[in-house]
Ligand binder design. Structure first.
Ligand SMILES: [Zn+2]
Length: 403
C-alpha cells in the first residue's frame, strides 16, 4: 500500500518525465518530449502538474534553437525530504536528506544489548519522531521512510525475519511504522541497501551493474543490475559472506565451514591474529596492546601495519587474497562492471588493494574478468542509510522499478 505524498507519483509517464529531469536537467519541455517519445502536450500537462506539486521548478533560460529561448526545468531538490535508517546491530543511524541525497539531519541512537521486538520498534519510532522534529517539514513533504535492516528481511512485507546479532525474529517494521506515521515505508537488508546507496550516491558514473560487498563484523553484499537490486527467489541473493572458500575451514555462525566470513570478517581476523601471537609469533601488535592479546582489534592490526610490522602486513595481504578469491567467484557469476568494497575491514585499503587486484589478475578467466575494477566505498558508514533513502528514490524516479 502506498501512502501520503507518495501516491501521486504512481503514474508511469510522470515517473519517466521526472527521471528525465533528474538525470538530464536543466532540460526543456521540448527536449523531454524528444528524448522520452512522449507527445509535447502530454509532457506539457504533466510538467505543469509536477510544478504545481513543487517537485519540479523552472530555472534559467536555455539556448535558443531559433525562436524564443526555452524555459529549462530542474528538480526542486529542497521541496521534499526522505528519511533513511540503518538499523542494527549496535545502533540505529538516522539520516534525512533532500531529493539529491544532501544531508539535512544526521544522528545515531544506541540499541540495548537485550531487547524485544517492541523495544526495537520503539527505538525506530523515536528516531523518526526526532528526525521529523529536527527538519521541521510538513509530513506531506516527506516522501517516505527507508529502513536498511540488519539480518534477513522479507522485502515484500517489510519484516525483519531474522536479526542474528539482535536475537530477534519476525519484526513487523513496515506495518508498525506505516501505522504510526502514515508514510510509505520500505525495508531492505542493510548490505543490499548499501549496494543501492553506492550505485545512487557513490559518484560512480555509468555503472550498469555493480556489486557492493560490506566487510565488517559480518560480510554481506548486494547486486545492482541496471539500477535494480537483485533479490533472487527468496531474498537470499547477496549473502556473499556464506560463500564457502575453504571446505575444511573454521566453523561459521551459519552452521557451515570455511565461509568467506570466517576468513575476512573483522572478528575472524582478530581471532586469527590472537591465535598466532599466542603461539609465539613476534609482532609490534603485542606492544600496542601491552601484551593483552584479548584487546587486539582490527584498528590495532592496521596501526601495526602502518608502522611497518611484517606480521601485520602479511595478515592484511592474506585477507586481501581471500577477498580477491571471493571477488573472482563473483566476477565469474555476475560479471559486474564494478565491485565496491565497504565496511570496517575495507578501511585497511592500503594493505588490501594490491593483494586483491593481484589475486583477481591471477584467477580471472578472461582479460576482461582480470581487469574488473575493484574500488573502495566513498560513502563510508553512511552508505547503508543513504541506500535506505535510495529505496524511496528508486520508486520515485525509476519507472522500470514500479510495481
Ligand atoms: Zn557461514
Amino acid at each position: 500500500m502506498q501512502r501520503g505524498s507518495f501516491q501521486w507519483m504512481k503514474s508511469i509517464n510522470k515517473t519517466i518525465i521526472l527521471n528525465k529531469i533528474r538525470t538530464s536537467g536543466p532540460i526543456s519541455r521540448a527536449d523531454i518530449a524528444k528524448e522520452t517519445s512522449l507527445t509535447p502536450p502530454t509532457v506539457g500537462s504533466i510538467v505543469k502538474e509536477l510544478i504545481e506539486q513543487g517537485i519540479v521548478m523552472e530555472s534559467q533560460q536555455g539556448e535558443s534553437q531559433g525562436g524564443r529561448k526555452p524555459t529549462m526545468l530542474v528538480i526542486n531538490r529542497e521541496e521534499f525530504f526522505v528519511i533513511g535508517m540503518d538499523a542494527g546491530p549496535k545502533t540505529v543511524d538516522c539520516l534525512v536528506t533532500n531529493l539529491a541525497g544532501e544531508r539535512k539531519c544526521d544522528f545515531s541512537l544506541e540499541l540495548e544489548e537485550e531487547l524485544s521486538n517492541e523495544a526495537f520498534l520503539s527505538v525506530l519510532i523515536k528516531g523518526v519522531e526526532q528526525m521529523l522534529a529536527t527538519v521541521n517539514k510538513p509530513k506531506e513533504k516527506i516522501i517516505g521512510i527507508g529502513v536498511a535492516m540488519h539480518g534477513v528481511v522479507d522485502v515484500q512485507n517489510g519484516i525483519g525475519k531474522y536479526a542474528p546479532n539482535l536475537h530477534l525474529t519476525d519484526i513487523p517494521i513496515k506495518e508498525v511504522l506505516e501505522d504510526h506515521f502514515d508514510l510509505t515505508v520500505k525495508v531492505e537488508n542493510d548490505a543490499r541497501a548499501m549496494a543501492l546507496g553506492e550505485s545512487w550516491f557513490g559518484g560512480w558514473d555509468d555503472t550498469k551493474s555493480m556489486l557492493a560487498v560490506n566487510i565488517g563484523r559480518g560480510i554481506g553484499g548486494g547486486i545492482v543490475l541496471d539500477g535494480t537490486l537483485l533479490h533472487g527467489e527468496h531474498d537470499i541473493a547477496g549473502e556473499i559472506g556464506h560463500m564457502t572458500l575453504d571446505l575444511y575451514g573454521r566453523p561459521c555462525e551459519c552452521g557451515s565451514n570455511g565461509c568467506f566470513q570466517t576468513l575476512a570478517s573483522g572478528p575472524s581476523i582478530e581471532q586469527k591474529v590472537q591465535a598466532a601471537l599466542q603461539n609465539g609469533e613476534e609482532s609490534l601488535i603485542l606492544d600496542l596492546v601491552e601484551g593483552k592479546i584479548e584487546d587486539i582489534t582490527g584498528e590495532i592490526i592496521y596501526e601495526a601495519a602502518v608502522n611497518g610490522d611484517a606480521f601485520a602486513i602479511r595478515t592484511w595481504t592474506e585477507v586481501g587474497m581471500y577477498i580477491g578469491v571471493a571477488c573472482t567467484n563473483l566476477i565469474h557469476t555476475v560479471n559486474p562492471s564494478r565491485i565496491v568494497l565497504g565496511g570496517g575491514v575495507a578501511n585497511a585499503k592500503p594493505f588490501l588493494k594490491d593483494s586483491i587486484q593481484k589475486t583477481i589478475q591471477n584467477r580471472g578467466l578472461t582479460k576482461e574478468a582480470k581487469q574488473t575494477e575493484v574500488e573502495f566505498s566513498r560513502l563510508g558508514k553512511a552508505a547503508s542509510s543513504l541506500g535506505a533513502i535510495a529505496l524511496l528514490l528508486v520508486e520515485l524516479f525509476q519507472p522500470e522499478m514500479m510495481n
